[in-house]
Design a protein around this ligand. Structure first.
Ligand SMILES: CC(C)(COP(=O)(O)OP(=O)(O)OC[C@H]1O[C@@H](n2cnc3c(N)ncnc32)[C@H](O)[C@@H]1OP(=O)(O)O)[C@@H](O)C(=O)NCCC(=O)NCCS
Length: 163
């Protein structure tokens, strides 16, 4: 039986052209008419790619340190259109959560109000919508803030102690 070789590795310049191609045909960037400057995230070691049989199938960008409310931040995740619905997005997100959880007990991300598939993806993987940033990037569209607890509350924090 043929073995499928997959791995998640730091993004390098050899991957970034394919990743830019994924961004060009994907929401939310298509609607927002935005591109991602991968070079700065590569320099910060915050960008990773999913390689399947030598091909770049998707990417994820995240900050593991607690940058907001004790959480890391997942900036972007995307999978090549022909490779979607095969569990690659889920594996990229699980990888990011494992790295974030070493430094931060929570993870946050933003998803555009018009990106319904993105919202379904995050909800199915345990994220809860906790806020709305109206007209953040374009008038008439919001950015929804999603949150996931990555580590249970320590026992000592389970109740407020008032004297
Ligand atoms: C969102 C995205 C990364 C998901 O990647 P993927 O590899 O297709 O996701 P998975 O196959 O791992 O899906 C995991 C689960 O998420 C949910 N899900 C994923 N895509 C979905 C969709 N289009 N509609 C409904 N649910 C979806 C499902 O529950 C799915 O499990 P299932 O296939 O067993 O039902 C991909 O669709 C994508 O690149 N979209 C464009 C970029 C984007 O929207 N990124 C998120 C905002 S930055």
């Amino acid at each position: 039986m043929k073995r499928t070789v997959v791995k998640i590795v730091p993004m390098t310049r050899s991957h970034s052209e394919t990743c830019s191609g994924i961004v060009a045909v994907s929401e939310p960037w298509k609607t927002l008419r935005e591109r991602i400057d991968f070079s700065k995230y590569m320099a910060l070691k915050q960008a990773y790619v999913y390689i399947k049989e030598g091909e770049t199938a998707g990417f994820i960008i995240f900050t593991p340190e607690p940058v907001f409310a004790r959480g890391g931040y997942i900036r972007a995740v995307a999978v090549a259109p022909v490779m979607r619905r095969h569990g690659i997005g889920e594996k990229l997100l699980a990888f990011a959560e494992t790295v974030i959880a070493r430094q931060s007990p929570h993870a946050y991300l933003c998803v555009s109000s018009f990106n319904r598939r993105g919202q379904m993806f995050y909800r199915s993987l345990g994220y809860t919508r906790v806020g709305t940033l109206p007209d953040l990037i374009v008038r008439g569209a919001s950015e929804y803030i999603y949150w996931k607890r990555l580590r249970p509350l320590p026992l000592k924090n389970r109740r407020i102690h008032r004297s």
